[in-house]
Design a protein around this ligand. Structure first.
Ligand SMILES: C[S@@+](CC[C@H](N)C(=O)[O-])C[C@H]1O[C@@H](n2cnc3c(N)ncnc32)[C@H](O)[C@@H]1O
Length: 214
């Protein structure tokens, strides 16, 4: 694992239990943001297979398990600490530790992929490696949902969830992310870009795209 990924992993191992306490579910998410998650699963058939890419403490997996009991849910994350929290938060979910750019899954395994604030520690020019891998493990026609903070540049986070860390957070422009998605075979279906709430420093983007059939 390269030094940057290792630093991200170490930071999330440090904050894992505090993160799980601070954000136990999706109630922090804006209703519009949650609506995008609802839209992804609305059309999925019974027992569809969904990958939570960068699942963290599993709060999204727990939400999906409750709302859609038949889904076959898989979570993957860099951080053992976050995955340990996820295994407590969810039942009947397969969890794996891996880098999003090198997934331990066969081609065309998933009907849907969600990357909920998990590409925020990767610079925009590194997103191709991640989205190419997410395209590989998605069936043709699969939906992908990607959430991130809007902007450009990066910042170093020294304190998070009450713990000292060293973590780099990257902002992305929605048009850049859309064009990387397009280049690996995901066609844009919808883009939600909303103004920051009082608790947020940046606008938030949630992009919905679909893997091309051909
Ligand atoms: C801000 S948290 C979001 C977690 C979860 N999606 C949520 O909404 O609560 C970012 C997560 O992405 C994971 N992550 C970041 N870069 C990753 C990568 N390259 N491969 C796998 N996981 C990654 C981190 O370990 C962390 O758990």
């Amino acid at each position: 694992m390269d030094a940057h990924r290792e630093a991200t992993r170490a930071a999330y191992d440090t904050v894992a239990s505090a993160y799980a306490n601070a954000l136990p579910d999706l109630s922090y998410e804006a209703p519009l943001d949650r609506a995008m998650i609802t839209e992804v699963v609305r059309e999925l058939p019974e027992r569809a297979s969904l990958l939570d890419a960068g699942c963290g403490t599993g709060r999204l997996l727990a939400h999906l398990r409750e709302q859609h009991p038949s889904l076959r849910l898989v979570g993957v994350d860099l951080s053992e600490g976050m995955l340990a929290e996820a295994s407590r938060a969810t039942s009947d979910v397969e969890l794996a530790r891996a880098d999003l750019a090198a997934l331990p899954f066969e081609d065309a395994r998933f009907d849907a992929v969600v990357a909920w604030y998990s590409v925020i520690h990767t610079p925009t020019d590194g997103l191709g490696n991640i989205f190419r891998e997410l395209a590989r493990v998605s069936i043709p026609g699969a939906v992908i949902l990607v959430a991130f903070q809007v902007g450009s540049g990066e910042r170093t986070v020294r304190r998070a969830y009450g713990r000292e860390v060293s973590l780099t957070a990257h902002l992305h422009m929605p048009s850049d992310v859309e064009s990387v998605l397009d280049s690996v075979g995901f066609q844009r279906e919808a883009s939600l870009v909303r103004a920051p709430r009082a608790t947020e420093a940046h606008s938030q983007a949630i992009l919905l795209a679909r893997r091309r059939l051909g």
